[in-house]
Design a protein around this ligand. Structure first.
Ligand SMILES: Cc1ncc(COP(=O)(O)O)c(C=O)c1O
Length: 414
């Protein structure tokens, strides 16, 4: 081990002198860092978690039950099953559907891998579909043309928080006898034609991952009006144990349980649920703030031809999980990746949602997908940048990001 001797301060170095030696920072040397995301964790969130820690029951218990009831109530579904991620939720939802090896499930290529990987868990095939230009949600026409005799289900993703064209998707699904499992990882709270996302299809999975619209750090929820399916998902989310397994350590429960299936360890903890309840209480307030910020970005960039924003369709209530801009490659002398680096050097954190699945080695090599099959997703991917969008982002920070974007458009005009 290397030990270093701590230099002893010489007697004449008073604290005042030490302070004087510290170089002064000039404002322009410290660009304001604006992270891509900051969750809104307030005193009430912290207190809710501290209370659970003090209670002494920290894994799945009464708080999870309370969170499930409150979440079901807030979307207007009969049941909500809490799990430790949206991925887990999608997995137990597909299990409830009864997906089998060699089945096919339609998913957008423009999504996070979780949407499609859960299909592969069953040794079924994730059939990737292209997006529609404008909203970049799943294109119902491409969806229909990808249906074969093996197709069992479709997983629409409400991209960025804006609902897919669910009436059309539901109609196609019913024509071809497919089950719809919605991936609503981005879409809480959101509406489609006045109805809450979470009540539109048989099963809907939500995410409470750290960057999502409400968070439990990691976590998820599946909503359904079908009581039997909810019960099956509860059993599968906790080792296939048959009933209220968490109660077995409590005064009201029994030590006896039965394992009825090879289930998973997907349960949410009371610590997460306590945070989830606090977040749920302010979900609409946070959505309205994100909506305000999205409008601010749109106004600020409206007359700037270098950028385009995504289409917002009438009849939806957008969750505004993401605010995506599309750069015009004909306009810029640099590409999207270089623009991201420029923004980074100005202290603005951004992200890319998403690298289309067909571009990843797994989907390319295992399933043989090629870029030319997905022209819209390819067009989108060359251009997209997700900007910071969260309730704690100030008006000034938003304006500064707009200013930086406009300045970069002037600087790197072809
Ligand atoms: C569209 C989509 N689906 C599913 C997931 C998976 O969510 P989780 O991290 O809660 O499993 C994500 C996460 O980013 C996502 O963006």
């Amino acid at each position: 081990m290397v030990t270093r001797a701590t230099p002893k301060p010489t007697p004449f170095q008073s604290p005042k002198q030490v302070q004087l030696q510290t170089p002064k920072l000039i404002p322009f040397q410290t660009p304001k860092l604006i992270p891509f995301h900051r969750p809104l964790i307030e005193e009430e969130d912290i207190q809710a978690v501290v209370e659970v820690l003090k209670e002494g029951w920290i894994t799945s218990g009464p708080k999870v039950h309370e969170f499930e009831l409150a979440f079901a109530d807030s979307v207007g579904a009969r049941n909500a099953v809490a799990v430790n991620s949206c991925t887990a939720g999608l997995h137990i939802a597909l299990d409830a559907v009864g997906i089998r090896p060699a089945d096919e499930v339609l998913v957008p290529t423009l999504t996070f891998t979780a949407t499609a990987e859960v299909v592969a868990y069953f040794r079924a095939k994730p059939v990737l579909c292209d997006s529609e230009p404008g909203t970049f949600n799943l294109d119902p026409l491409k969806l229909e043309s990808a249906i074969t005799s093996r197709t069992r289900a479709v997983i629409p993703v409400h991209f960025g928080g804006q609902s897919c064209e669910m009436d059309t998707i539901a109609k196609i699904a019913s024509t071809y006898n497919l089950t719809v499992v919605e991936d609503a990882a981005h879409a809480f709270p959101a509406k489609y034609k006045g109805r809450n996302v979470g009540t539109l299809s048989w099963l809907t999975a939500f995410s409470f991952y750290a960057t999502k619209t409400i968070t439990t750090g990691e976590g998820g929820m599946v909503t359904t009006d079908d009581d039997a399916v909810a019960q099956r998902m509860r059993v599968m989310s906790l080792h296939g144990m048959n009933h209220d397994a968490w109660k077995r350590y409590s005064g009201t429960g029994s030590w006896r349980y039965e394992v009825v299936a090879a289930g998973f360890k997907y349960n949410m903890t009371d610590i997460q649920a306590a945070l989830g309840l606090a977040q749920l209480g302010k979900a609409e307030r946070m959505r309205l703030r994100r909506k305000e910020l999205a409008a601010r970005y749109s106004r600020g960039l409206r007359d700037c031809v270098a950028y385009q924003t995504l289409e917002v369709v009438p009849d939806v209530e957008h969750a505004w999980h993401l605010f995506v801009i599309l750069i015009d490659p004909e306009y810029f002398s640099i590409n999207r990746d270089q623009l991201i680096d420029e923004l980074k050097s100005l202290g603005v954190g951004t992200a890319v949602h998403f690298i289309p699945l067909h571009r990843h080695p797994y989907y390319r090599d295992k399933w043989g997908y090629r870029p030319e099959q997905f022209p819209v997703a390819e067009w989108y991917f060359e251009r997209c940048i997700s900007l910071p969008l969260y309730p704690g982002l100030s008006d000034e920070e938003t304006d500064l990001i707009v200013e930086h974007l406009r300045a970069l458009a002037r600087k790197f005009k072809r």
